[in-house]
Structures are given as structure tokens and as C-alpha cells.
Write a protein that binds this ligand. Sequence first.
Ligand code: HEC
Ligand code: HEC
Length: 309
Amino acid sequence: MRPLVWILAFLCMSPVAFAADKPDWAFPVTEKIQPQVPPDDGKPKTAPGSSKTYTRTEIEDLFNPPDWYPDMHPPMPRVVSNGNAPQVRACAACHLPIGTGHDESANVASLPVSYFLQQMADYKSGARKGSGSMTTIAKSISDEEARAAAEYFASIKPRPWIKVIETADVAKTYVGPGNKRLVHPDRTMEPIGRRIIEIPENETRVLNRDPGSGFVAFVPVGAIAKGQALVAGGGGTTACANCHGADLKGTAEIPGLAGRTATYIVRQLFMTQSGERDGVGTHPMKAVVAQLQTEDMLNIAAYLASMTP
Ligand code: HEC
Ligand code: HEC
């Protein structure tokens, strides 16, 4: 080989060459210019099979979010149902009373208590970035409240929440208020490209913070099988099951991955690689993500989200 080729080969092996490009589609941020959508009619909203009604203003109250189906979950500790004003918003507002959350937040159902508490500490110290809301909450929450929330969500069984569909074309979307990805009102389709587009299965129900309806993650054709190979340890990664449990449902200390929100998984893999997530327990993940490209993260997330939690 000529020297130039050697130099190029060497450059390609340097760590910089392995850094993934930021997958902007996985980091939804409310768009400055919003499409025209009809204004709220002010009428109380309902949910199938629930006797409760809430107005839009009540639904948006982050210190008293709706609890459409009290029978779906054990009694919530006050920090989960109401938070602790002014800084600690109710966990149920974003993570829902059943913990499954929305695409832009996180599914916290059944996370190990020790892991949950360590994440709160990492947000507080700044070692884990990724959400201004979580940093603010973690800085103000008391140890007792954090433990009550951790034990509550740990007690909730994971449930299927994400349907993964491989497709060439996907509905055009935009990011509405609260970093929420929604179908664009012009109802056109566009090529999916190399993205995951995760949207509510039923937009009205998700906007009403109704935990009776989950999400659909549209992924490129072939992503699930490629992800399965990577998760099994092909392509230079370590088999995820070595640490996340044989069926990827987690262990007493390490969070499960099966059936988790697809874009959330991409965000965590990316932020672990970039160093934005660098908490007390992150070290074992660093070698795992070091050589992943954005495409690998997409494929891994497509497969993990498609698994039964
Ligand atoms: C305003 C919305 C919002 C509220 C309210 C909220 N969270 Fe979060 N939470 C998020 C987002 C967004 C993330 C994902 C951040 C990231 O990528 O690091 C998250 C992530 C987490 C995680 C990390 C999950 C994991 O798998 O590592 C924990 C733990 C958590 N939240 C606990 C809480 C607790 C406890 C409360 C209530 C005191 C709460 N959250 C309230 C938005 C919220
Ligand atoms: C050597 C052990 C180990 C292996 C192998 C491993 N992980 Fe992890 N993983 C961890 C630990 C420990 C954490 C908690 C990290 C923290 O506290 O910041 C974690 C966290 C994660 C998270 C964040 C979960 C959350 O709730 O925020 C994701 C996503 C993840 N791992 C994906 C993977 C994938 C995909 C693989 C396989 C390609 C894998 N891990 C292999 C140990 C491992």
C-alpha cells in the first residue's frame, strides 16, 4: 500500500472517525413555526371506559395531571401524583401513572430502585444531561420523595407500549408543544430515510395523557433483523444480554431494554457515546457504544422496542 493509503486507514481507525452523527430525529424539540391546528374547544375530554373528565387546562396541570384509570396502578405517592411545587413536577405528568411515559420522556415502569435513585443523583450532579426538567426536579426533590417514586415505579409491571412497523414511507410529522412529535395536519407521506419516527397510536388519547394507548415506532425496512444481530454481539458490540438479563428484561440492578421507547434508546446510546450521559454507573456501557454508528443505534432500538417487555 502507498503511504497515503496507510495514513487514511489510520485516520479511519481514530476514535473521532467512529463518533456517530447526532440523530436529530430522536431528539424532538418544539418547532418555532407550528402548523395551524384548530384551537381547543374548552369542553371536558373523556377516555374510553373511564368515568372521569378533564379540561385541556386540567390535563396540562403538571402538579395535578389526570388519572384516567385509578384501577390500572397502585395508589400513587404524592410526589408521583402531584409533585412538590414549585420545582418538583408530578412524575405522572410526563411518565404517566403507569410509568410508560411518552416518546420524548422515558418509560420508567419496573426500573430497579437502585438504578432509578442513581439516575436521580446523576441528573442532580449534572453527570447525566438530556432533560432540563429532570435536572430541575432532581435538584429539588428530597431523598424520601425520590425513594417513594422509585419504589412506586419499580412495583409496576412493564407492559407492551410500542408497536414497531418497518416501512419505506411514513406520515409527515412535526414537533409540537412539549417536544411532542405529531402527525402534520396536511396528512402527506414522506420517505422514512434513515430515521425512526415514533408517534402516538392515538394522538387524542396521548395528548390527553391517557395511559390506555401507546405508540408506534416506524422504522426502515430491515432494521429489526440488523438490530437483532447487533444486540446478540455481532459487529463488534458486546452481547447486551451479558448485563441486561438473558431476555433483556433487566436484572436487580440493571434496567431492562425489551419493549422500551425506541427513540429513548437511541438518545441514551448517543448520549453515552458523546459523554452527555456519564453517571456513576455508566462506565460499563462506554465500551459497548464506543464504535456504534447512528445507523447501528437505530437498528438496535428498532429491535429492542419490538421485543415483549
Ligand atoms: C416535564 C416532564 C417530566 C416530569 C414531570 C418528570 N420527568 Fe422524569 N424524565 C423526563 C424526560 C424527558 C426524561 C428522559 C431524559 C433523558 O433522556 O435523560 C426522564 C427520565 C427520567 C428517569 C430516567 C429513566 C431511565 O431509564 O434512566 C427517571 C428515573 C425519572 N425521569 C424520574 C422522574 C421522577 C421521579 C419524576 C417525578 C418527581 C419525574 N421523572 C418527572 C421528563 C419528566
Ligand atoms: C458490561 C455490561 C453491559 C453491557 C454488555 C451492556 N450494557 Fe447497557 N447498561 C449497562 C449499565 C450498567 C447501564 C446503566 C448505565 C448508567 O447507570 O448510566 C446500562 C444502560 C443502558 C441503557 C440506558 C437504559 C435506560 O433506562 O436509560 C441502554 C439503552 C443500554 N444500556 C443499551 C445496551 C445495549 C443496546 C447493549 C448491547 C449492544 C448493552 N446496553 C450492553 C450495562 C451494560
